[in-house]
Design a protein around this ligand. Sequence first.
Ligand SMILES: C[S@@+](CC[C@H](N)C(=O)[O-])C[C@H]1O[C@@H](n2cnc3c(N)ncnc32)[C@H](O)[C@@H]1O
Length: 271
Amino acid sequence: MKEFAINLKRMRKEKQMTQKQLAQALGISPQAVSKWERGECETEMDMTARIAGIFNVDVNFLLGYSNDHGTHYEEKYRRKGFYWGYKVNDLAYEVLKLMPPTRPLRLLDIGCGEGQAAVFFARNGYQVSAFDIAETGIQKGRKLAEAAGVHVDFLCADMLSHELEGTYDIIYSTDVLEYVPQEDRERVLLQLKEHTETDGINVLDVFVEKPFIETAPDWEHGKEHYWKTGELFSHYHDWKIELLMEPVFDCMSAGIYHRHCMDKMIARKMG
Ligand SMILES: C[S@@+](CC[C@H](N)C(=O)[O-])C[C@H]1O[C@@H](n2cnc3c(N)ncnc32)[C@H](O)[C@@H]1O
């Protein structure tokens, strides 16, 4: 109960919510939230699950049974080797084509995992910052950068609450935005747009739901959220779309053949 009280208060503050706002979202009194945070009374299981949903974390994490802050990646990154291998996403090569580092360019990789793409960009001459919610991924990224003899400004942070500082020429985030629930998308993407330099680009992809494609066997319901076709693009209606595609592709994650559909986009902020 003590861990629940501590986690609840910390996550509420991280999300910059008042006790009253959290109480409103749950349809209860602010006094009840205050009592939980003081450890004076317990929540029912379904209420705990609703709170976990609001903060986009696992119930076990909220109750203090696990250090996994919302995703299962901590455990995967703790294993030997690189979970995602060394190959970077095709979109990384599009960045090289569209914005080669012929002048100093600042690039931010959001949800960088174990840092392969961040190190790839640093090796290619970009000034790279990168963050991920998984601390074990960040530690591996730091080691990878050191081994490659490049500098990457790595940080452990949650994209749902982290406030960006300064501006970037390129904001890059692949296979990550499925962790942004529908209600947070406008706010999260607005922040990316605001922190992009004029003539800079945002390089993003999202899994989209299709009636003819079954949900992946390792999809984490409640944590991963599908997008609708075109939804990502519509947030960038006021930018120049440099690349737009919706491939359907095979995947063997979890050792079971399945397919995915993704919307991939590169958009440029015009002056
Ligand atoms: C499927 S992996 C993709 C990693 C990397 N971008 C790539 O393309 O190989 C998703 C990553 O998003 C990170 N992630 C999930 N939720 C996050 C959040 N709220 N803030 C920051 N990173 C998050 C996970 O820890 C994980 O490393």
